[in-house]
Design a binder for this molecule. Structure first.
Ligand SMILES: Cc1cc2nc3c(=O)[nH]c(=O)nc-3n(C[C@H](O)[C@H](O)[C@H](O)COP(=O)(O)OP(=O)(O)OC[C@H]3O[C@@H](n4cnc5c(N)ncnc54)[C@H](O)[C@@H]3O)c2cc1C
Length: 167
């Protein structure tokens, strides 16, 4: 059901896709929104153990959409270097398809939010991190996306710089 890239030379390896997700700080989650309109919403995220995690409030458009239909895709742009002289962009991006689950056990939520907090504020002290989490705890919702299909693509100009056989 999921498609492969038509331009294979531009495909990123699974490791290169994972690297993009590890260093990315935001992406766009696309869900089936109200009235049949796709709803694409920007979010911070964590990629851990092959899964994507998001934090959000306990109500809203994206949560309603996920409750109706857990299927989603998430896109992260790693690079968008516009090259005016060539009328192009030296881009690199990753798209994940999967199912989103609203975490319900306190242990799962805590584990995910602690790792997310560590990703975004790695220098902060453990006690500050814990108080920040505690402050938000009552209104916090954590989402987990199990990735079913992952692809990455970069501009042909970047792909040409790679040694043959190395994505
Ligand atoms: C780089 C970045 C990182 C973010 N990280 C997070 C995060 O980790 N967690 C989080 O909860 N939120 C984050 N946000 C905010 C996020 O995009 C949503 O605004 C928020 O999650 C609320 O979503 P909702 O569907 O519940 O909004 P609702 O308030 O229910 O949305 C109602 C309507 O408001 C509009 N809307 C909502 N969000 C946006 C938006 N960002 N831009 C324009 N219109 C909008 C849409 O038309 C939507 O249908 C981030 C935003 C950016 C740009």
């Amino acid at each position: 059901m999921f498609r492969d890239l038509r331009r294979k030379r531009q495909a990123l390896s699974p490791q290169a896709c994972a690297d993009v997700l590890a260093r990315g700080t935001s992406g766009v989650l696309a869900v089936a929104g109200d009235g049949g309109y796709p709803y694409a919403v920007p979010l911070s995220f964590l990629y851990d153990g092959g899964k994507l995690y998001f934090h959000c409030a306990r109500a809203g458009h994206k949560l309603d959409a996920i409750r109706r239909d857990p299927r989603a895709s998430f896109c992260v742009i790693d690079q968008d270097q516009v090259v005016p002289a060539e009328y192009t962009s030296y881009f690199r991006s990753v798209i994940a398809f999967g199912q989103v689950r609203i975490l319900d056990s306190e242990e799962e939520i805590r584990q995910a939010v602690e790792k997310l907090a560590l990703k975004y504020a790695p220098e902060d002290s453990s006690s500050n991190r814990q108080s920040a989490i505690q402050r938000e705890w009552d209104s916090l919702c954590m989402l987990e996306m199990t990735v079913e299909h992952l692809s990455g693509k970069e501009a042909v100009e970047l792909a040409r710089l790679r040694p043959e056989g190395q994505e």
